[in-house]
Every structure is written in structure tokens, then in C-alpha cells.
Ligand binder design. Structure first.
Ligand SMILES: [Zn+2]
Length: 155
């Protein structure tokens, strides 16, 4: 349920909800290779110590989501254009714009990974709490999605 409280990201009293995050310590970080689509592959090992939550207002979450949509825009635009040209049977142009869309996707992959659309509130919760937890000696704050992807790595 939405309620009114002090947003921990923008410090204003506004409507929003509490978002969960996990905190712990980064044990080690290893790098390997340079892939065309992945960039430098990075493996981080954490120990998760507990979970916390932060109140984030709806406005901050919406702003963050708009930012993510902007990052996706070149991909959506060129991809959509490729689809449209394909339907109109301009195959050469469709393939050209399809390739550009693919290029955009690779280029923005890192950025896309850095932002979470549905977890935007959780990401802001992590951002707003990072300093406070760093001061307590926890150098890793993770969103539920990031934590879930860690579990997959371990399996
Ligand atoms: Zn806010």
C-alpha cells in the first residue's frame, strides 16, 4: 500500500512505498576475457549479511523509469523501423536497420544491465542507503534482482 513518508532519495514527504535491498560484503572480484557482446566478464562473490528497506517516493521511481526508457529508445526505434520495413518488404533496408538495432543493443547492454525497470525503486533504495551502510562496514548493497542473479551464478 502506498503511504506518505519522507523519501530517502529526494528527502521530500511524498507518496511511495518501502523497497527491499540486501547488504553484505564483497569478498572478491575476478575478471576474465573480453567478449564482443559481454565486454569484460566480471564475477563478484559476496557474503550477504541481512536485508533492509528504504522508503522511496513514486515520483523518484517514475523519473528513474523514464531514464531507462530513454536508454532503450534508440534500440526500440531502429528495431521498430526494421520490423516496419520488413513488413513493407524493403528487405535490404530492414536488414540494415536490424543491424543498427543490434548494434544499439550491444552498445547499451552495459547500461541496460546497470538499470532495472521493474526494480527501479529497489535500485534507488540501494543508492540512498549505500553511504550509510558503507560507514557500517558493508561494502555491498544489492537489489533483489541482483541477489537472484548471484544465486544463478552459484548453481
Ligand atoms: Zn523521492
Amino acid at each position: 500500500m502506498n503511504e506518505i513518508a519522507k523519501c530517502e532519495y529526494c528527502n521530500s514527504d511524498a507518496k511511495g512505498i518501502y523497497y527491499k535491498f540486501f547488504y553484505g560484503r564483497l569478498l572478491r572480484e575476478t575478471f576474465k576475457g573480453l567478449g564482443v557482446t559481454t565486454g569484460i566478464e566480471r564475477k563478484r562473490e559476496y557474503v550477504i549479511i541481512g536485508e533492509g528497506e528504504a522508503f522511496i517516493c513514486d515520483q523518484c521511481v517514475n523519473k528513474q523509469r523514464r531514464k531507462i526508457i530513454l536508454i532503450f529508445l534508440p534500440f526500440l526505434f531502429t528495431g521498430g523501423l526494421a520490423g516496419f520495413l520488413w513488413i513493407k518488404e524493403h528487405m535490404g533496408l530492414a536488414i540494415l536497420f536490424g543491424l543498427i538495432a543490434f548494434g544499439c543493443l550491444i552498445f547499451f547492454r552495459q547500461e541496460v544491465n546497470r538499470y532495472e525497470f521493474f526494480g527501479a525503486g529497489n535500485q534507488l533504495a540501494v543508492k540512498s542507503k549505500r553511504q550509510q551502510y558503507m560507514a557500517k562496514g558493508y561494502n555491498a548493497l544489492l537489489t533483489p534482482k541482483e541477489r537472484a542473479s548471484l544465486r544463478r551464478q552459484c548453481d
